[in-house]
Ligand binder design. Sequence first.
Ligand SMILES: [Zn+2]
Length: 301
Amino acid sequence: MSEHNLTWRVGAVTITRITEFEGPGGLSRYLPDATRERVREIDWLQPHFATDEGRLIGAIHALVIETPDARIVVDTCVGNDKQREVPAWNQLQTSFLDDMAEAGYGADSIDIVMCTHLHVDHVGWNTKLVDEVWIPTFANARYLFGRTEYDFWAARGDDPRFGPVFSDSVKPVFDAGLVDLVETDHQVAPGVRLTSTPGHTPGHVSVLIESKGEQAFITGDMLHHPCQMAHPEWGAVVDEDKPQAVQTRHDVFSRFAGTPTLVIGTHFAAPTAGRIVRDGDAYRLDVKARNPKPNCGGDDA
Ligand SMILES: [Zn+2]
């Protein structure tokens, strides 16, 4: 198993991170307010989420939710072999699928693929290239896309900033009949449901997991980096509706601040998860308490 895989227990549910990329660089172009000087002022970001020079550290990873009922992949990263405008993502070749299989999650064993939104780094492994054709990677899965989100991108088509994302990573699974368009409060499986977190994209959702009195929350891109807990007003250049995105961050941070809910960031570098706590007028991520219970044994699987 890759040393970058992390696993959390939430009641009877296991959540495993499968990492495609992790490191400094890349994020600052999306978060222009997060200059090195401003990032250095947020001392709790070091060492996990920022370097001592104030460079942001981020990650691209999928999160596999294993419940007693279903195996669910949340977000599918950039993917291999794709023509992309971002140089670091163009014609990528990683061992992502092998890493997933080594972690116990062969592609054919996945029941559900859930994309929090349809951006380039959340849909890539929806498909893989076989004999010059994009085919669904998770052949036995239903792919769940938000109806609002799908309609938005189906009307807009490929985003020239990133490449033929809709054409090579969304449309092929739709055409294969594997897609279910769902509402923003959809119950994905018992104990796993979506929650609307708009702003970054019109139909953006986050994922709430509840089991045996414990709770976890997968952010998607309602924020990209923990520095936005200190500054909820710091938006991403790719946020479609910037005021709505700021409002969503305030709403979510205030909802979970001081609670035991494990917040798992879709682009947070290791340790990737923690609890939100109030910090002056804003918030911070407490990664010391990154499991809902201090003693998260495997006694009740
Ligand atoms: Zn995004």
